[in-house]
Design a protein around this ligand. Sequence first.
Ligand code: 5CA
Ligand code: ZN
Length: 418
Amino acid sequence: MRAWTSPGPGRLPGAAIGPEVQVHDSATGGLRESRPGSGAARLYVCGITPYDATHLGHAATYVAFDLLQRAWRSAGHDVRYVQNVTDVDDPLLERAAATAQDWEELAERETELFRTDMEALRVLPPDAYVGAVEAIPLIVPMVEQLVETGSVYEVGGEHGTDLYFAVAHDPAFGEVSGWTREQMLEVFADRGGDPERPGKKDPLDCLVWQAARPGEPAWDSPLGRGRPGWHVECSAIARQHLDVAAHGPIDVQGGGSDLVFPHHEMSASEAQVLDGHRFAAAYVHAGMVGLDGEKMSKSKGNLVLVSRLREAGEDPMAIRLLLLAHHYRSDWTYVDADLEAARERLARWRAALDRDAGAPTADLVREVLEALAADLDAPRALALVDCWAQTEPPAGTGEAGSADVVRALLDASLGLAL
Ligand code: 5CA
Ligand code: ZN
């Protein structure tokens, strides 16, 4: 499907080049230097399930991976970025039914709102933006291949035969999260799994093809009439659009930390059974943004919506600065004072850029790029810019063009247009 309009990746000032990027890999629990091969760095980030508007938690996650894309580019790599839209799944169908809306119209409307939010926040768009529905012709053959390996089995039910992936078929199952079975079983049901379903070989096995239910959308396929499971959607889209057959493991599989298990564990296993190598070189997860002591989530309804802030006249660059002020891996709770602080910082920076007092930039450029290459440390980058903005060299001693250098740096590395 159509993505959104790119703000352009920007250009670093002069001949600046950033260091190679280190990211925290959930699978090893440590930092890993991301060394993309000879072609582009390959990034897959799990996209929205479009049944409600973009909240600050979603925005924080996509801004985090936007920093990764920019840090890779600063280090001289091209980037190929793929993102999905889960435009058919239980939560979407349930919301459509509960509010008497057409599920396709709901998905299209919320996806469009997401596009405008991402555009306003200057998030670089994916090169391939792929809906689950349009990916069914990719997903079905992948499930058929899994059937051939013997890792998929049938479970009969009231509405027909569903297909499940047997996690035991992947010797590396469990390595993405590093969780014990007990930890997995504790959250599986809450995160879309069905550990109690009779007929499964292992309670942790996951659905890959669901036979048509009355009143729900379904597609004809050699697997029977039905719709795809969630995890295989992302593995099929990533394998195809990041050409895993030609290039091997993708560089980064990304998303919020709520996706570590089961989603990223399962989608990696489904791919690994077919490809015989690990799915991603690194699994990178953004922390959860909360409101009033709970994770911000569409199902709970405790939301601060990007579109609502924009409608109220908030400057999108203040929203972006608010998000950048938190390290992407930390969990944090939104409070209005954070937005106020971001507005003030934005005003201070704009005033310093307009004043163009000429504080030196060579160390600033290097240190900002170093901060971002060191596991995307945006808060440190912001503190460095704060320092530049406060510095007033004696009259007549300022560096010519200092403000232009900083504007270019902010654009290319932090995605801020000031
Ligand atoms: N469609 C699936 C992924 S394939 C999905 O999780 N959709 S979502 O709409 O629920 O979330 C979209 C993205 O935002 C995911 O990467 C998710 O991990 C992230 N996310 C959701 N809630 C939060 C939150 N409160 N804080 C930070 N990130 C969040
Ligand atoms: Zn996903």
